[in-house]
Design a binder for this molecule. Structure first.
Ligand code: DAH
Length: 367
């Protein structure tokens, strides 16, 4: 293309164009030349080249024609040169503008085609997870207690022996520490432990809060147990504590019965057996009549008609001494239940490990 500019770099005189006819013919040539350019410069990139060749401000063909043909033209030819130049300029401008729009539309079309979503293709199905059976069970238990005025609090899984034992009335050499095979944290300043139960939150809550207290505490607990079908080194509990000025054993029993029926069904009966925990006095084991056989005896209840549910009792007044509660004025009850055990019982699982092996074939059964 550049070579061809030579013609517009010359003056009319140099080109020998000394009559209107010759001038018209020069412009006709220019039109033709423009058309030839237009045919070969069709894409986005060569459009720019084309544009600068014809309309570039300094050395575009139209500017050169203005400078070299029009300005020095003798007065008698200036009019015709001006007219022809205006026609050419208007035509080139309009045509190039049209071309620019076309190119932009094509670019847009190509981009759209590339990004177009084919709705007829099958989608990518991503599996949506579900809440784990233990979480489902824990939340179910929490809901029951929430519905009767308890609130949910959570506490640390690494505890000091003070909260895990002493303040719960389990002194250092108390035999009750024996059956809690504890994980001690190596090198920890205060001989910190992985909490063996959720009961420490009884203490932490009463330290912080004046009575009345009505809380449940869901969470993980740890014991140095040898793993087998029903034991692991980690399991889940829900602790409960209610303390107020007028809580009696009747409130304790009524709450426990309400809970058992809400969880296992309206026909299930409750039984309390004497037990021992250092932080409750009196202490009890709560049993429920077997929800599977109704109490006549089956595999699930080992033919006894009863299933042991959880430990509980009236808060031992000694515990109030550790949190500055007045044992003369206050009374309450507490309980601690194993969520994993409840899940096994309610859903008929015979083995604990299936809960932690994360086999989707198992997990999918509890959407
Ligand atoms: N902390 C006991 C345990 O893990 C369970 C327990 C029993 C909690 C009686 C209580 C309770 O709050 O009153 O074995």
């Amino acid at each position: 293309m550049p070579d061809d500019k030579k013609i517009v770099e010359k003056t009319l005189r140099e080109l020998g164009a000394d009559s209107p006819e010759k001038i018209t013919s020069l412009f006709t040539d220019a039109h033709e030349r423009f058309h030839r350019d237009l045919v070969v410069h069709t894409d986005e990139h060569s459009y720019r080249e084309l544009y600068y060749f014809w309309l570039g401000r300094k050395s575009g063909a139209i500017s050169l024609i203005t400078d070299n043909w029009l300005k020095p033209a003798p007065p008698e030819l200036r009019r015709i040169v001006g007219q022809e130049l205006n026609k050419l300029k208007a035509y080139v401008e309009a045509t190039l503008e049209e071309r620019r729009k076309q190119i932009e539309a094509t670019v847009e079309e190509v981009a759209q085609a590339r990004e177009r979503i084919d709705l007829s293709l099958p989608g990518i199905e991503r599996p949506i997870g579900t809440r784990h059976l233990i979480r489902q069970t824990s939340e179910e238990l929490q809901r029951i207690f929430l519905s009767i005025g308890f609130s949910v609090v959570q506490g640390p899984e690494i505890e000091t022996p003070y909260y895990n034992f002493e303040a719960l009335n389990i002194p250092e050499h108390h035999p009750a520490r024996d059956n809690m095979d504890t994980f001690y944290i190596e090198g920890a300043k205060n001989h910190d432990v992985l909490r063996t139960h959720t009961s420490p939150m009884q203490i932490r809550t009463m330290e912080k809060q004046a009575p009345p207290v009505r809380i449940v505490v869901p969470g993980k607990v740890y014991r140095r147990d040898n793993p087998d079908a029903t034991h692991g080194y980690m399991f889940h509990q829900i602790e409960g504590l209610a303390v107020d000025t007028d809580i009696t054993f009747c409130d304790f029993k009524g709450t426990v019965e309400y809970f058992v029926r809400a969880f296992l069904g309206p026909k299930v009966k409750t039984r309390l057996r004497p037990s021992y925990f250092p932080f409750t006095e009196p202490s009890a084991e709560v049993d429920a009549s077997c929800h599977v056989c109704g109490g006549s005896g089956c595999r699930i209840c080992k033919q006894s008609g009863w299933i042991e549910l959880f430990g509980a009792g009236m808060v031992n007044p000694a515990v109030y001494g550790f949190v500055n509660y007045d044992p003369e004025r206050l009374s309450g009850f507490a309980f601690g239940m194993g969520v994993d055990r409840f899940a096994m019982m309610k859903y008929g699982l015979s083995e604990l490990p299936v809960l932690f092996q994360n086999d989707v074939r198992f997990l999918k059964q509890f959407p």
